[in-house]
Design a binder for this molecule. Structure first.
Ligand code: G3I
Length: 375
């Protein structure tokens, strides 16, 4: 009898050991570690989409279960001239996502930036009428969303339409159409693919003014009976901004407005912005000076540690609110790919992502994976 008990006990111990080993093994893949929590995504550049960057492909396939197009689905890429659509890169992106069974995000249908000038002017260079701009929006959105109907799972329908203080960004879309352009964009997208998820996406979402304005906008769209599935909180973060508590307030506020929350475009810069801006306004641009590029020769361990702690703090927050967050997406695969190296100063060396320039996972990958597995 004693022998049987002892034998059963050692079997249980062995099973526990095997399952621990499996968990350890699983923790080397982000998507396995976050499996029952939220999707873990990454943005793809053209080198990755076309398979030229084979080392990055290995990381993407191992670690991520969602992808978003970093650039190839912006208006300037898809319709550089009126009526001349170019789908080569976007088609390849969607094919890649489907082939690898990834949750595919289209970015972005309407954005004040990266929209060619022709979109807003007539043959004489004067601003077009409200009706003409609405028709151009309708045609663009309908053509693009219909092409990928049932294939692209979710769209960033409108990007960055609100300023940090909560006022409307005075873009051409806003100036010519008025705030209605947001409603119209969601209507056109929904009509073209009724099943696609539809999102509003913006940076600096931890700012109180922006948070409140986004909540108002969500209520308004919902009140009109429109579909808005989620709000994307771009995670362009720094070592000392925003406060985790402010970011949390926004997660709670958006979730209370009955939309999914997504952390999109996650990266954490170790560099200072010469203008002290905490956003991601692409129009900012400063001339390079050597002293603005302090880590050109490598990142000191002390700073790498602070970066790691920031990632841990934010992932702790995301795990805490896993029932409200449907996806966390990194804005780039390796440090070498990141837009942060060139904004707002061209040619700096930043270290904002989870994989380094040698395609090696930073220690934080293991740490956040284990945090998730232990939840
Ligand atoms: O493709 C051309 C290439 O042919 C040319 O040789 C080269 C010369 O500079 O430019 C290349 O295009 C660049 C493109 O990135 C691809 O690398 C554009 O100049 C550059 O402006 C563009 O920057 C992108 C930026 O959006 C503007 O579209 C960044 O990669 C991209 O990370 C960034 O992403 C935005 C999100 O869409 C919205 N939220 C903020 C985020 C960061 O700015």
């Amino acid at each position: 009898m004693k022998k049987v008990v002892l034998f059963s006990f050692s079997c249980v111990l062995m099973m526990l050991a095997v399952s621990y080993t499996n968990d350890q093994f699983k923790s080397s893949s982000l998507k396995a570690a976050f499996k029952h929590k939220f999707l873990i995504g990454v943005s793809l550049n053209n080198g990755q989409i076309w398979g030229r960057d084979t080392a990055a492909l290995k990381i993407i396939k191992t670690h991520f279960n969602s992808v978003v197009a970093e650039n190839c689905m912006k208006i300037v890429s898809l319709q550089p001239r009126e009526g001349q659509f170019r789908f080569r890169d976007a088609d390849q992106f969607v094919n890649f996502g489907e082939k690898n069974k990834l949750f595919i995000i289209g970015h972005t249908l309407i954005w004040h930036s990266q929209t060619p000038d022709w979109f807003f002017v007539d043959a004489d260079g004067n601003d077009v009428s409200r009706e003409v701009l609405i028709e151009r929006m309708r045609r663009h959105i309908t053509t693009v969303v219909s092409r990928y109907k049932g294939r692209v799972n979710g769209w960033d329908v409108v990007n960055e339409a609100i300023l940090d203080d909560g006022s409307w960004r005075k873009s051409k879309f806003y100036n010519i159409i008025g705030e209605d352009f947001i409603r119209l964009a969601f209507e056109f997208a929904h009509a073209a693919d009724p099943k696609a998820e539809l999102y509003y996406n913006d940076f600096s979402m931890a700012q109180e003014g922006k948070r409140n304005a986004v909540v108002r906008m969500v209520h308004k769209l919902k009140g009109l009976g429109l579909k808005i599935t989620g709000v994307g909180m771009q995670g362009h973060l720094g070592l000392d901004y925003p406060k985790v508590a402010d970011f949390e307030k926004s997660i709670l506020a958006f979730s209370a407005a009955a939309v999914h929350v997504m952390i999109t475009e996650l990266d954490i810069t170790v560099l200072q912005n010469p203008g002290r801006s905490m956003g991601a306004d692409i129009s900012q641009n400063y001339t390079y000076k050597k002293e603005m590029n302090p880590y050109a020769a490598g990142l000191p361990d002390s700073v790498a540690k602070i970066l790691e702690q920031r990632y841990v703090a934010f992932f702790k927050l995301f795990l805490k609110h896993q029932n409200k967050i449907s996806r966390v997406t990194l804005w780039g695969v390796t440090d070498g790919d990141s837009w942060r190296n060139n904004w707002p100063v061209f040619g700096r060396k930043d270290y904002p992502l989870l994989f380094d320039r040698q395609y090696k996972a930073k220690p934080v990958v293991q740490i956040i994976s284990e945090m998730s597995l232990m939840e």
